[in-house]
Ligand binder design. Structure first.
Ligand code: SAH
Length: 223
């Protein structure tokens, strides 16, 4: 899911052959994991810390679901791409203590049915990591918005502004010829058509197809 910094707090046994085997190829994450002796130490340099927990605690704390959490991460990263953010997971058997949770600005709870509110840690990590991945991909999309996605990873280059203008002129003359457009009372036809086609970000081939259709209509009329 693209996460790369793992910090382990007082692991029972580490390094461990079992952990490496279970990592299934992602054991570089384990190799580069940092081992520390307290959670405080683990999150010391983090600017934003999320603590995960299945249960609501005695003292109310801001609780987010994973999607809301990734929204907060997105905002934080937008403001400062270098921001260090941690998500804290607890022990498989007893989770995080209240003291540990109080080191975290936000608490994150994966909504589930009450009888089975507590997930295995691996499942919980995956849900959270997935939401972070989706948020990350959305941010990458936003970054490339200036260069429209359709035009950058497409099989034909986008039509140029000039090609679009020629296409609109072609539409206008042909629709006038068919009398669909009344030049004395054009209404908003060309504006709406322009908006529609601009919204579609047509590529060169698509523009040629549309213009080819207009030409064929024109030819029929001239016959
Ligand atoms: N009895 C413990 C269960 C620990 S489950 C408790 O209630 O806290 C192990 C870890 O998985 C938890 O510490 C937490 O990090 C994560 N986890 C499990 N279920 C979760 C849920 N519904 N929402 C968020 N995190 C969860």
């Amino acid at each position: 899911m693209g996460l790369s910094n793992l910090v382990l707090v007082e692991p029972k046994s580490f390094p461990s052959d079992e952990a490496s085997a279970r990592a299934a190829g992602a054991d570089d994450l384990l190799t580069s994991a940092i081992v520390v002796s307290s959670l405080q130490e683990a999150v010391a340099d983090c600017e934003l810390v999320f603590g995960t927990s299945a249960r609501e605690r005695h003292i109310p704390w801001p609780i987010l679901d994973p999607r809301e959490m990734s929204g907060v991460v997105q905002q934080a990263k937008k403001a400062d791409d270098e921001k260090t953010i941690a998500v804290v997971f607890g022990r498989e058997d007893r989770g995080l203590t209240n003291e540990e949770l109080h080191l975290c600005q936000h608490h994150v709870c994966i909504p589930s049915v009450q009888e089975f509110s507590s997930l295995n840690i691996a499942a919980a990590v995956q849900v959270i990591a997935y939401e972070l991945r989706v948020a990350f991909l959305k941010m990458e999309d936003l970054k490339s918005l200036d260069a429209p996605k359709w035009g950058t990873s497409w099989d034909a280059p986008l039509a140029t502004q000039q090609e679009l203008e020629l296409m609109f002129e072609h539409f206008e003359s042909t629709m006038t010829k068919t009398e669909f457009l009344d030049p004395d009372n054009p209404r908003q036809l060309m504006t709406r058509l322009r908006r529609l086609l601009m919204r579609a970000l047509p590529d060169k081939i698509e523009v040629n197809i549309l213009r080819g259709m207009l030409t064929s209509i024109s030819k029929k009329i001239d016959k």
